[in-house]
Design a protein around this ligand. Structure first.
Ligand SMILES: Cc1ncc(COP(=O)(O)O)c(C=O)c1O
Length: 427
């Protein structure tokens, strides 16, 4: 064996050590990564259009994050905030309060993963309202724990064979302009609200929980007006309107939070991914009266808001401010969208280019129809991987190619990535 194991050697070890249920998009193993690129153990360079699924918004191994983590591990690594608290936890909560939409009084709490944040948002909403029902949407993705599996829409691979799922979770139709016959935002909201009122009962609803732009479900951008109408209904019904900004948050869509594009002020916001600059941390932030309804000791966990993750998060947020990464995401959109639109104009198999900021996607269909084409989608993704471009697929029908470059990606890498994509689509 070579001193540094090759991807092939690691693949063999993996097959007898790592559970099959944990799969990877590519078979190459990472050696180093920085900014907008990765290098694998075989010495191959990759352009990163994945960001570890919308995590490394500030770039991989971002200098400020690395320095903050190094300094923190030398001071202390863990005390558990519920046992012996420390400043950085408070500081991250202050940042969440400051950065999320809404001028009202807020509180925040920290967790480890997106799914855990969603679970806690539901706990808080149920406790505060004294109600049980949770409304989720078609194509939603909220995680893989028992409650969040119930809220996630897609069976394979996320839910298949893993039931029974948590009760009191209800699914209603999403606004999906390509696939709902062109309903306006108001019409799509009326359809969802009618179903909530008739099938659940407004007075039973604790929370309406939605991704402002759906992630795993296909980068679905609801029609304008849909989110404000649903949020307005929830407020009127005394339910918490919860924006799951785990994938969309922290500058990804060209704003600090995607809720801002539609001027909505969620009662609660869930965050994770980009917030930690690559370290695991998540949060729930929102109206003080909801957050503080929970009794002391009702929220928490051993590692939630771990000091190393908090240090990374503060450094990541500082980097986002300093480099204006919301502006960078807008610039990425300005660079990518015309190219994607050009590809779509020349290719009847691309039904739509959509997304916001550096969260863009194309949906592939059989020409002349809107029948999904997951086979071609997978083939294009594989062709990109073979040429060194890391892209991901998504969507209920597996027919969406999504692009999530780090927000610090350099222009030449972005251009090369787009060229690889163009060749992959043509092939
Ligand atoms: C919108 C959304 N919510 C929740 C989650 C779950 O986050 P995690 O994988 O950190 O549990 C994800 C992850 O992709 C997500 O995109």
């Amino acid at each position: 064996m070579s001193p540094v194991p090759t991807s092939e050697e690691l693949g063999k070890r993996r097959s007898i050590a790592v559970a099959r249920g944990v799969s990877s998009v590519v078979s190459s193993y990472v050696d180093t990564a920085s900014g907008g690129g990765l290098r694998d153990v075989d010495g191959r360079e990759w352009i990163d259009f994945a960001s570890g699924i919308a995590v490394t918004n500030v770039g991989n191994a971002a200098p400020r994050v690395v320095e903050a983590v190094r300094a923190q591990v030398e001071r202390f690594t863990h005390t558990c905030f519920m046992v012996a608290p420390y400043e950085s936890y408070v500081a991250v909560c202050e940042q969440l309060i400051d950065l999320t939409p809404g001028e009202f009084e807020k509180r925040a709490a920290l967790f480890n993963s997106g799914a855990e944040a969603v679970e806690n948002a539901v706990k808080i909403a149920r406790h505060a309202t004294g109600r049980q029902a949770v409304v989720a949407f078609d194509h939603a993705y909220h995680g893989r724990t028992n409650l969040t599996m119930a809220m996630t829409a897609k069976a394979m691979p996320y839910k298949y064979g893993f039931g029974p799922f948590a009760p009191e979770v209800y699914r209603v139709p999403m606004s999906y302009p390509l696939r709902d016959g062109g309903l306006s935002g108001a019409e799509a909201a009326a359809r969802a609200i009618d179903m909530i009122e008739k099938q659940i009962g407004a007075g039973n609803v604790a929370a309406v929980l939605i991704e402002p732009i759906q992630g795993e479900g296909g980068f679905v951008v609801p029609a304008p007006g849909f989110l404000p109408a649903v949020a307005g209904w929830a407020r009127g019904a005394g339910a918490a309107f919860v924006a799951d900004e785990i994938q969309t948050g922290f500058c990804r869509t060209g704003a600090w939070f995607a809720s801002e594009h539609e001027g909505i002020e969620p009662d609660l916001v869930t965050t994770a991914k980009g917030m930690g600059g690559g370290l695991p941390i998540a949060g729930v932030v929102g109206r003080a009266e909801l957050m503080d309804a929970v009794h002391a000791g009702g929220l928490g966990g051993t590692y939630g808001g771990n000091p190393v993750a908090c240090a990374a998060s503060l450094a990541a947020i500082e980097t986002m401010r300093e480099l204006d990464l919301a502006g960078a995401a807008q610039a990425i959109e300005a660079r990518m969208r015309p190219v994607l639109a050009g590809l779509a104009a020349a290719d009847p198999g691309i039904a739509e280019v959509r997304g916001r900021g550096a969260m863009l996607a194309i949906e592939l269909v059989r020409p002349g129809t809107i029948d999904p084409d997951p086979v071609r989608t997978s083939a294009v993704a594989h062709a990109c991987h073979a040429a060194g471009l890391l892209v991901l697929t998504c969507g209920t029908y597996g027919n969406v190619l999504r692009f999530l470059p780090p927000l610090v990606i350099a222009e030449p890498e972005l251009t090369r990535g787009l060229e690889v994509l163009e060749r992959a689509l043509q092939a």
